[in-house]
Design a protein around this ligand. Structure first.
Ligand code: CP
Length: 333
């Protein structure tokens, strides 16, 4: 049987998504202790992480398996991703050899690499992740790339389902937030795709110049067309909040100037008002407040909202364990 990977939210069909969420909900109540006994997951973190790293380690422990965590930039050789490269530069090892070797040791590979050197047309392709997926013979899981963060989005929609029961027709506002640094749109892309797949009415609210990837928005519109959902884009945060059931706050970088931190910082100078506060939340239908974390307090969202009764940010983080158990069980079949 051909191995499955999870590289993007779009890799999951509607029925698969429902099945995974049902399995995660069942696994939340109990620890199926020996399902992955003797199995190993290698986690390669080219970038920092708190939640992804710890939640995958805990998920493997709860399934009876084992994790190996590697910081490739300190612990592995520099990798060459290009086919037929003449390797006379800095790279000591081809990604094909690393992927094939790791596949002989472990049962799953997880990779986090958020490419930020620009331009977006190159970084959006998640070349290293895709090279690993191409050459590994074991399932490869995206732990967050420039383009996608599917594990986060699975935890997000599970959290929404637990709180709202029915998601079809519910209004989700995906609200751009200010941030002093350039952040990947991966989490936003992934939750957009899954929410559209589940028939939600998604409003993307962002300032001009901070458009999400056109192809991802197009896929979400197609998915919404199939599920009875909607996807619309507005540039007015105040208006977007009307009638919202969920406010999902996240910063993402300017894709047109991706990799150019100075240019992006200039664009953001006048955007301090893109911060979720009590007044904005009061326009909603007593909406849940969500954020994938880490969050810049009182820049993206006020303490009052983040620590308030409608904030479910720690439930999102906790649900990472359960959706990842379901994912590992499914990929490991
Ligand atoms: N949300 C998320 O992926 O958190 P980390 O960057 O801490 O893994």
């Amino acid at each position: 049987m051909k191995k499955r990977d999870l590289l993007t939210s779009g890799d999951l069909g509607s029925q698969e998504l429902d099945n995974l969420l049902d399995l995660a909900a069942r696994m939340k109540g109990r620890h199926p202790g020996s399902l992955l006994a003797g199995k190993t997951l290698a986690l390669l973190f080219f970038d920092r992480s708190l939640r992804t790293r710890v939640s995958f380690e805990v998920a493997m422990v709860q399934l009876g398996g084992h994790c190996i965590v590697i910081s490739p930039e300190r612990e592995m050789y520099d990798l060459e991703p290009t086919e037929q490269a003449v390797m006379d530069g800095r790279a000591e090892e081809h990604v094909k050899d690393a992927a094939r070797t790791l596949s002989r040791y472990v049962d799953f590979l997880g990779i986090r690499q958020v490419a930020k050197s620009g331009p977006w047309e190159r970084d959006r392709r998640d070349l290293l992740l895709r090279a690993y997926a191409q050459h590994a013979s074991v399932p490869v899981i995206n732990l967050e790339s420039a383009s996608e963060h599917p594990c986060q989005a699975l935890a997000d929609v599970l959290t929404m389902r637990e709180n709202l029961q029915r998601l079809r027709g519910r209004k989700l506002v995906l609200a751009w937030a200010n941030h002093p640094e350039s952040r990947s749109p991966g989490a936003s892309h992934s939750v957009l795709t899954l929410a559209a797949t589940l028939g939600m009415d998604v409003t993307i609210a962002h300032p001009l110049g901070f458009e999400l990837d056109e192809a991802v928005v197009q896929t979400a519109r197609q998915r919404a067309g199939d599920s009875g959902g909607k996807v619309q884009i507005v540039n007015d945060l105040d208006a977007a909040m009307q009638g919202a059931d969920v406010v999902y706050s996240r910063s993402w970088g300017c894709l047109k100037h991706w990799g150019d931190a100075e240019r992006e910082a200039m664009l953001k100078r006048a955007l301090q008002a893109w911060r979720i506060d009590r007044e904005l939340m009061a326009r909603t239908k007593d909406a849940l407040f969500m954020h994938p974390l880490p969050v810049r307090r009182n820049v993206a969202v006020t303490d009052e909202v983040l620590d308030g009764p409608r904030s479910v940010v720690y439930d999102q983080a906790a649900n990472r364990v359960h959706v990842q158990k379901a994912l590992l069980a499914w990929l490991g079949q």
